[in-house]
Design a protein around this ligand. Structure first.
Ligand code: NAD
Length: 372
């Protein structure tokens, strides 16, 4: 079996699907591992370093055309899918909700498609969960980037030149990213408050030393996979109104509210922004999936009424080496768990919950109900 790792085809994404510290998981499988020249450029790993680990350098065309499995951090364009070997597998971050045409093309071309976003939320699959591994680092990066935009320091400092008050940080949405944002802001000495529509997170917020803001929105709840349920428009209006008081007293507001497979809810509007202090920062972590904040633009700093609204695409890429280490581990676990040494190929056993959920296309058929 030949497995190849492609270089990112998005200039805003410096991550690599392979990492020198984790690649031995693949080389010890017994498969032949190719990598696209300069795959490690964004994580300061040279081609020679990967060759020294037992991998072979190849052109992108050779990687795509010769491999039984292609690992990519982005979906591939149509011409590249068409040049893949029939019956081979494409695995990676495939953004399937925005890529129905990719799914249909893979089915038509007999390319198996594995979307790591569809790893189920079960204990056994946590080691493969790319959404969690990247959201965790994105939560960290959001705090660091927000702090860079603030004209105050985050910790309290009692100095001979006066006492500097700690910054107030408000985190909205306490999933994986929100929890890491809380923890990072606390480590930097900020005073942190947080809110989520899933009240089960109250204990987690408190355990990090932050304050949970209680906003009664009536029935909210979560799905069996732990995702938030969509609020009604009345509930969203109520949330905006009540949380605007917390935003008004905050120096940094970080929004992480997401709904799996749907556009993110807009939870901060101009009314709230007008109440905030000039110089304060709103960091919209959902900017790529519709945006939580009115007027936020990906990769731009928008100033509204003196408030800086920041949104950065592919935030985990800000810490590309750690993000690549975690991502490559996630991918390697999937490959190693389902690789059969006896047959020297992937064992697509659809009785396995992870295969059933993450393999969107197999042997020319769309397997996942959502995309049929
Ligand atoms: P996510 O990225 O889908 O959403 C981020 C957060 O936004 C969630 O906490 C959600 O409740 C919240 N949110 C949605 N609408 C909101 C609104 N209007 N106002 C405020 N907050 C809103 O979530 P996630 O990071 O994927 O995590 C969801 C849950 O799943 C978490 O409890 C997480 O710990 C859990 N999880 C479990 C596993 C596992 O069991 N293997 C893996 C990953 C995550």
């Amino acid at each position: 079996m030949i497995i190849s790792a492609l270089k990112s085809n998005d200039s805003r994404d410096s991550r690599s699907p392979i990492h020198p510290d984790t690649v031995s998981a693949l080389t010890t499988l017994g498969a032949e591992i190719l990598f696209e020249k300069d795959v490690g450029f964004g994580i300061y790993t040279s081609n020679e370093d990967f060759v020294a680990k037992g991998l072979q350098q190849a052109s992108r065309t050779d990687c795509i055309q010769k491999s039984d499995m292609v690992i990519s951090l982005q979906p591939l364009p149509e011409d590249e899918i068409k040049s893949m070997k029939k019956g081979s597998t494409l695995i990676g971050i495939m953004n399937p909700f925005s890529n129905q045409s990719l799914i249909d093309l893979c089915a038509q071309q007999n390319i198996n498609l594995v979307s790591m976003e569809f790893i189920p939320r079960i204990t056994r699959a946590q080691k493969m969960d790319v959404l969690s591994s990247q959201a965790n680092l994105a939560g960290y990066a959001a705090v660091i980037e927000s702090a860079n935009h603030l004209s105050n320091a985050l910790p309290m400092m009692m100095t001979a030149a006066g006492t500097l008050k700690p910054a107030k940080v408000f985190v909205i949405g306490v999933g994986v990213a929100g929890l890491q944002a809380i923890a990072t802001a606390k480590r930097l000495g900020a005073r942190v408050e947080a809110f989520d529509t899933r009240d089960v997170v109250e204990e987690q917020v408190k355990s990090l030393g932050a304050k949970f803001v209680k906003i009664d929105l009536g029935e909210t709840g979560e799905t069996d996979q732990g995702y938030a349920k969509e609020l009604t428009s009345e509930q969203i209006e109520k949330q905006k109104e009540l949380q605007s008081l917390v935003c008004a007293r905050s120096d940094i507001v970080i929004t992480t509210a997401q709904l799996f497979g749907r556009p993110a809810p807009q939870i901060i509007d101009n009314n709230t922004i007008r109440k905030m202090k000039p110089g304060s920062v709103i960091f919209d972590m959902a900017v790529e999936s519709g945006g939580n904040v009115e007027g936020s633009v990906a990769d731009e700093v928008v100033i509204n009424n003196g408030v800086k609204i920041v949104g950065i695409s592919n935030l985990a890429s800000k810490v590309s080496s750690h993000a690549s280490l975690a991502l490559s581990n996630n991918l390697n676990h999937w490959i190693c768990d389902f690789y059969s040494k006896d047959d020297n190929k992937i064992n697509f056993d659809f009785d396995d919950e992870i295969i059933k959920s993450s393999v969107l296309v197999h042997e020319g058929k769309v397997m996942n109900e959502r995309f049929k």
